[in-house]
Design a protein around this ligand. Sequence first.
Ligand SMILES: [Zn+2]
Length: 91
Amino acid sequence: MFDTLKLKIFGRRKIPGTRIDADAEKTAKPSHFYLNSYYSEEIVCRDCGTLFIHTAKDKRSFFEEEKGNIYRRFVRCRACDEIKHPERYPT
Ligand SMILES: [Zn+2]
């Protein structure tokens, strides 16, 4: 019940039990901020309202393998994100 409310208010909810450790050595390197863990999250797409799951593994690969912007928070589903930010998806 509380979790559902949180999902409605914040548009996202951590899925318990999905934590994996981050390797700060592998992420892009801002000086004063680092990630120490990833959780899978349920996210309500800001644009189309679809509920999708962004998995901890996907986050790790985005931040550690693709060296994605460490401050980026995922707020849109893939389809809407492609429309909003086509530069992120070079063909
Ligand atoms: Zn969407």
